[in-house]
Design a protein. Structure first.
Length: 96
């Protein structure tokens, strides 16, 4: 979608405070918007669409706390990276 925004202007913002029971998500990321839309179809009481701006390509959602998680992952060790690379080669996947 052409919006006139640069990639650095297409942000995803997630904000909440300790008092409120909802998390606010404003996203340009197409994959995230699609995932939230699918989630809304399955669980409409857990999230709602606050704003949809097709001109800018962003959507804003409100989601109940406890329904959105952040996953921190440890960096790959050299050994794990090598094993993943070998596995990908065996499966016929090409590198970057």
């Amino acid at each position: 979608m052409k919006t006139g925004l640069t990639k650095s202007q297409k942000t995803t913002e997630i904000w909440f405070n300790e008092k409120e029971k909802m998390i606010h998500v404003r996203a340009h990321n197409t994959n995230l918007k699609k995932r939230l839309a699918v989630y809304a179809e399955k669980f409409p009481t857990e999230r709602r669409l606050l704003d949809n701006d097709p001109e800018l390509g962003c959507m804003e959602f409100e989601i109940k706390k406890g329904r959105l998680s952040f996953r921190l992952t440890e960096p790959y060790s050299d050994e794990r990276r090598q094993m993943a690379s070998e596995h990908a080669r065996k499966k016929g996947l090409k590198g970057r």
